[in-house]
Design a protein around this ligand. Structure first.
Ligand SMILES: *Cc1c(COP(=O)(O)O)cnc(C)c1O
Length: 380
């Protein structure tokens, strides 16, 4: 390849500097930044592709299937999937995993209704539309958790149809967790025979399972499929995720495609062959103990951030064991500088690994300055 022109080389330099700068003010999205995958960089010169089913070898042998399978096994075990009856793959992110879970649910119950709370990630509504499923939005409680009374009432009104619940294990804004035991209790009391629970655990699934936080949401606790994001808590330069379903469900999906010599059981055709290697590397390098340690440290930073905000007189709060600290949205300047997502007048800091107490201090100092400035303006 020839070289970039001088102007393009300069533009690239500028862009790379800007990206680096933006990564230093990045506390509003649930993305870990403490990774180092440089050992894997030689792989970036190879067109890895995991096209098709991860458990069936493909003629496209330039892939990372063997490592992908280990990643899937790791999470199947972590989420206590039924031994011998689980299947999964590394996705492009949590959204694809949610789409897959709902796809499986629809293949089982084509006339089912999807119940999901209003705090659910925006991608779910789109997925429901793509799958042409019926759905009902359930109210939330102030902390972002599903309002179970509303769920009970809605299910009761439609008890002749199968129930598909999309449960949040960490909502986008407040990291609230829906309680599977209460949801299953509703199924029992209303004698619902055909039901399915998909857990959107994109945000909090990995560390909640590692730390065995309550309420439990894994297969033993009653879920039928789980989706997580890989680029959030684990951390990856490329967005990725993972979905696990019961294998007997997945067997309703997918055809053998002679062209790729494997089965087409996933959503996309070509699949990222690099991201499973990143996930594999992180799991192997840190191990469950290392990952747990990271989670505990992140929880400590979240507690620290909450206390610092409260000391400033900010009405901040967090759900139990959440990395997300919620507070009234600060000025537009701070929101854009620190990339703070906001909704209905609320912002949040998400203390993912890579955000240390110094980073929180830096933000708090700026926030304090802005608050002081605002007070002065009002007093004039
Ligand atoms: C991030 C997130 C998603 C979407 O995951 P992507 O990896 O961005 O596709 C879905 N649900 C929740 C709760 C999330 O936090």
């Amino acid at each position: 390849m020839t070289c970039l022109s001088l102007t393009d080389a300069q533009r690239l330099q500028n862009y790379m500097q800007k990206a680096k700068e933006r990564s230093n003010h990045f506390i509003g999205y649930p993305i870990a930044q403490d990774f180092d995958y440089s050992e894997l960089f030689p792989l970036l010169n190879l067109p890895l592709n995991n096209v098709g089913d991860p458990t069936i070898e493909s003629t496209y042998d330039l892939n990372s299937r063997s490592l992908e399978q280990e990643v899937v096994e790791y999470f199947a075990k972590l989420f206590k999937a039924p031994v011998g009856n689980s299947w999964g793959y590394v996705t492009n992110g949590g959204s694809e995993g949610n789409l897959y879970g709902l796809y499986v649910a629809r293949e089982l119950f084509s006339n089912g209704i999807v119940y999901y709370s209003e705090a659910t990630h925006y991608s779910v509504q789109k997925n429901i539309q793509l799958l042409n499923l019926q759905s009902i939005v359930i109210r939330t409680m102030p902390n972002g958790e599903m309002d179970y009374d509303d769920l009970r009432e809605m299910v009761r009104m439609h008890r002749d149809q199968p129930v598909i619940v999309l449960a949040n294990i960490g909502t986008t804004m407040t990291e609230a967790k829906d309680d599977l035991s209460i949801i299953q209790d509703i199924f029992r009391k209303l004698a619902i025979k055909n039901h399915y629970i998909h857990c959107d655990a994109a945000l909090a699934g990995t560390y909640s399972a590692l730390l065995e936080l309550k309420p439990g949401f894994d297969f033993v606790h009653g879920c039928d499929s789980i989706a997580i994001s890989g680029h959030k808590f684990i951390g990856s330069p490329i967005p990725c995720g993972l979905v696990i379903v019961k294998k007997n469900y997945k067997e309703r999906i997918g055809k053998v495609i002679p062209y790729i010599g494997t089965s087409d059981t996933t959503i996309s055709g070509s699949r990222n062959g690099h991201s499973p290697v990143f996930m594999w590397y992180a799991i192997k390098k840190l191990g469950s103990e290392g990952l747990k340690q990271r989670a505990l440290e992140a929880l400590e930073v979240a507690e620290y951030a909450l206390n610092r905000l409260k000391q400033l007189g900010v009405k901040a709060w967090r759900n139990e064991n959440a990395l997300t600290v919620v507070f009234p949205e600060p000025s537009v300047y701070l929101r854009s500088k620190w990339q703070l997502a906001s909704e209905n007048g609320m912002s949040h800091i998400i203390c993912m690994p890579g955000i240390g107490k110094e980073k929180i201090d830096e933000f708090i100092a700026e926030l304090a300055q802005h608050m002081q400035h605002e007070r002065e303006q009002y007093s004039h």
